[in-house]
Design a protein around this ligand. Structure first.
Ligand code: SAM
Ligand code: FES
Length: 350
């Protein structure tokens, strides 16, 4: 297996059969794989870990993804949306705590028209000119993405979820398509955003062949960010009884992604921390370099429950920030006060 890993280091990709072997082999080469991934991450980012302040602005969503706890069809969710003032107040608190990136994430909530969103983005942009604004608001038109970009948004996170079209149809109702999701990603790139994609590890019906396709899709897209985390069932969804994804496989994929895209911004996700108390630390030791603590008001945190047992829903932003700082320092890394852009990124590179 070491030979295959060495070839991945040099060529930044593998023939499909080798990639499949690396994904399915036993754990004996994991330590070597993580070591290589850490070396590469070290070259680009040293011991620096970037933090992103996550503001979960709305749990209303018009979609019905089968895996997601805040899907429109879940009648049990107590819905909320944050006002512009509340969002700005989260940013203010975040700024004080050293955050220089704010991530506005939410369901596809049509209450926020383009005009409302443009006002919110412009207000953050003018109040915090030294901060990056990341959006994660789902699928929109080219025009809407462009209006957000012109208002000052820098980055957009939109996981492709799965690159296999049939698998996509097993995870989503007919109203959603892999084709449109991928169209969105290419539109975002064309506009000039730093783009993030990704997928859940161990989503229902996922096979190693699907994962190889996901990695190939990512190699073609060349995103600046990739978010992956284990699938975790939510009890009020059609996938309530499917098994959760594997932490070990998620860590292996983090390391593979670091070797495929050396300068990529790669979060150790909350889902990883939910399945393993040391999950985020392990993610960093496998090659991740970003963490995304929650800046949402504590009063709404439990309502943004996309999967069961999500961690950090009771703590104040400051508690989360310092808890993470301790965790990161305990493994020899440091949180930095920085926008944390991808290295070697140049605008309009397409
Ligand atoms: N609405 C936006 C979108 O569609 O990109 C952002 C919010 S959505 C909840 C963010 C991500 O959460 C999804 O891309 C999906 O991969 C992840 N997610 C949803 N349900 C999940 C679950 N049960 N387990 C793990 N991750 C999940
Ligand atoms: Fe829309 Fe999950 S179904 S955010």
């Amino acid at each position: 297996m070491k030979e295959i890993i060495n070839s991945l280091v040099v060529n930044r990709n593998l023939p499909e059969k080798d990639m499949k072997m690396l994904l399915t082999c036993d754990s004996s080469a994991d330590a070597y794989l993580y070591e290589q991934a850490q070396k590469v991450r070290q070259q680009y980012y040293g011991n620096d870990i970037y933090i992103r302040g996550l503001i979960e602005m709305s749990n209303y969503c018009k979609n019905n993804c089968y895996y997601c706890g805040i899907r429109a069809g879940n009648q049990e969710v107590s819905r909320y949306r944050l006002s512009a003032e509340e969002i700005l107040s989260c940013c203010g608190q975040g700024y004080q705590l050293g955050f220089r990136t704010f991530v506005l994430q939410g369901g596809e909530d049509m209450y926020y028209t383009d005009a409302i969103m443009v006002d919110i983005i412009s207000a953050i942009r003018s109040k915090y000119p030294d901060c990056a604004i990341t959006l994660s608001l789902g699928e929109r038109s080219y025009e809407t993405y462009k209006a957000y970009f012109d208002a000052g948004a820098d980055r957009y996170l939109l996981r492709h979820e799965t690159a296999d079209f049939y698998h996509y149809s097993q995870l989503h109702p007919d109203t959603l398509s892999a084709e449109n999701r991928q169209r969105c990603l290419y539109d975002l790139k064309r506009i000039g955003y730093q783009v993030g994609t990704g997928f859940m590890v161990g989503s229902p019906y996922q096979t190693p062949e699907h994962l190889v396709k996901d990695l190939n899709f990512i190699a073609r897209l060349q995103p600046q960010m990739v978010g992956i985390g284990p699938f975790i069932p939510h009890h009020q969804t059609p996938f309530a009884d499917f098994p959760q994804g594997s932490v070990a496989l998620t860590l292996r994929l983090i390391a593979i992604l670091r070797l495929m895209l050396p300068a990529v911004l790669l979060p150790a996700t909350t889902a990883l921390g939910t399945l393993d108390p040391q999950g985020r630390e392990k993610g960093i030791l496998a090659g991740a370099n970003v963490i995304m603590p929650n800046l949402s008001p504590v009063s709404v945190r439990k309502k943004y429950q996309i999967y069961d047992h999500k961690i950090c829903t009771g703590e104040e932003a400051a508690e989360c920030r310092f808890c993470l700082q301790k965790r990161i320092e305990s493994i020899g890394y440091q949180i930095v006060v920085d926008r944390g852009d991808a290295k070697q990124y140049t605008k309009n590179q397409m």
